[in-house]
Design a protein around this ligand. Structure first.
Ligand SMILES: [Zn+2]
Length: 470
């Protein structure tokens, strides 16, 4: 390219940047529902309506935003993306290879996220999720690693990015390197680099005025908080973590950028567990509502973008008959994971597990036999799973990414979904469109069909975050 051409391009860039210099966007919320395709959103709203005995939708907060469109999600190497390539695209605007965090497709150079741009522009920055802080989506905003499974090494990139607030379930591999060596705990490293570790809400209260914060949940597992459907009032929620992040990041100077991931919609969809997935979408919407309340205080200065990294499960709303029966899903009291655990506990109790024990458990937790009437064939399917799991005592559980459910739990949830007229295409991701919802000054910039890489570029443009180079 000639020098003159470069000059002209430079002028064009400055002019386009100038166009938006009028934008006063100072506060950016970037919500990512992992695995939240269009049917996950539509299904949730129709589920909420059917719970009230009506056909139609009960709108979530974010679906009422004035701009609603959709985006493609394919990665540089795969028609169907994984979360790390999708996260990198949503963070940095660059397509990369599946499995990659914050680097280009051939792993020769890092790519920098809109969060990093925000930080460089003087904004405070937060990254929070319901899964571990070193998991693919949050990692794509601060880390640069060729393999998403390098959890410890990913976490070690936290101080270099230097963001002000990190939050999540914990760390997937806090003291073991990718090479399986025992190493200095990530908590120790973070403390040395002046991060305050806040465990739960009470921990947050103790350190909230002391500078940079890494907030983790004490009651969940290291790699994930509990599913919303399984949570009790003592468990930390994404909504509460969002409130803490806002309190820590809020300032009237250069404002803030906050990425919030609903990370477990994806896990529920990998398990083909619709009730759990829909409750996760509602749960993320609760966090969006916190951002929306903030928006109402600073409507000229706040931008909220809600989207997803990819669809998971090939969720189909309808399985033949022209009807849905989503109200049945409200009979489900626990996630498939917890149901499997409950069944496993029967197993471990030492006593012989009788079919009657299973029947009682499925009646209490899924409404089987009372509200959900199984056909003779379906009863046989369930009995077969029971005999496989308990009588023959074969322990070869069907292994699904992120979930190790037993055969009875798997079959029971499959039957409940079938009765709700829901069908799943697979236990993996799909290339389906993901929805994009936006509110804030200049949000019409998002109109029209998008690619996932467009989204961070538009956010940077509206917030005036400047050039990409670090
Ligand atoms: Zn994902």
């Amino acid at each position: 390219m000639g020098k003159r051409m470069l000059f002209l391009l430079g002028v064009a860039f400055l002019m386009s940047a100038n166009l938006f210099s009028q934008s006063d966007i100072k506060y950016v919320f970037y919500f990512i529902g992992d695995g939240m395709g269009v049917n996950q959103v539509n299904g949730t709203e129709m589920y909420l309506a059917e719970k009230e005995d009506s056909i139609g939708t009960v709108p979530l907060c974010f679906t009422q935003f004035p701009v609603a469109t959709f985006a493609t999600t394919y990665s540089a190497t795969n028609s169907v993306t994984d979360s790390s390539a999708a996260g990198t695209a949503l963070a940095s605007g660059e397509k990369t290879a599946n499995g990659t965090i914050g680097m280009n497709a051939d792993h020769t150079a890092p790519v920098y996220s809109v969060a990093q741009l925000a930080k460089n522009s003087g904004a405070k920055v937060g990254v929070i999720s319901t899964v571990s802080i070193d998991h693919a989506t949050p990692a794509a905003f601060y880390a640069h690693k060729p393999d998403r499974n390098m959890y410890y090494e990913i976490a070690c990139d936290i101080p270099a990015a230097g963001f002000d607030f990190y939050g999540g379930a914990g760390f997937a591999s806090p003291a073991t390197s990718f090479n399986k060596e025992e190493v200095v705990s990530i908590f120790e490293i973070l403390k040395r680099r002046n991060y305050n570790i806040a465990v739960g809400l009470s921990g947050y209260e103790q350190v909230k005025n002391k500078g940079n914060i890494v907030m983790v949940e004490k009651r969940g597992k290291n790699d994930a908080m509990k599913f919303a459907i399984d949570r009790d009032s003592a468990d930390l929620s994404l909504k509460q973590m969002t409130e803490c992040a806002i309190r820590s990041l809020y300032n009237r100077g250069k404002g803030f950028f906050l990425m919030v991931e609903g990370g477990m919609i994806d896990w529920a969809c990998h398990s083909n567990d619709a009730a759990t997935a829909f409750e996760e979408v509602v749960d993320m919407d609760e966090a969006v509502k916190v951002a929306f309340e903030f928006y109402k205080k600073y409507p000229k200065e706040t931008l909220i973008v809600v989207t997803a990294d990819h669809e998971t499960g090939g969720l189909s709303l309808g399985n033949g008959p022209y009807k849905l029966n989503l109200k049945l899903l409200s009979e489900q009291k626990v996630s498939k994971d917890v149901l499997a655990k409950k069944i496993n506990e029967l197993h471990k109790s030492g006593k012989k597990v009788e079919w009657e024990n299973i029947r009682t458990l499925l009646r209490d937790n899924l409404g089987f036999w009372d509200t959900v009437r199984l056909t003779k064939d379906e009863r046989s399917e369930l009995l077969e799973a029971f005999e496989d799991e308990f009588v023959k005592n074969e322990e070869d559980d069907e292994e699904v990414l992120y979930s190790q459910s037993g055969k009875v739990a798997d079959k029971a949830i499959e039957l409940l979904n079938r009765h709700a007229n829901i069908e799943w295409g697979s236990h993996g991701h799909s290339a389906g469109y993901v929805p994009v919802f936006v509110i804030g000054e200049g949000s019409e910039l998002f109109n029209g069909k998008l690619d996932n890489t467009d989204i961070p570029k538009k956010i940077a443009e509206l917030a005036g975050y400047g050039k990409k180079e670090k």
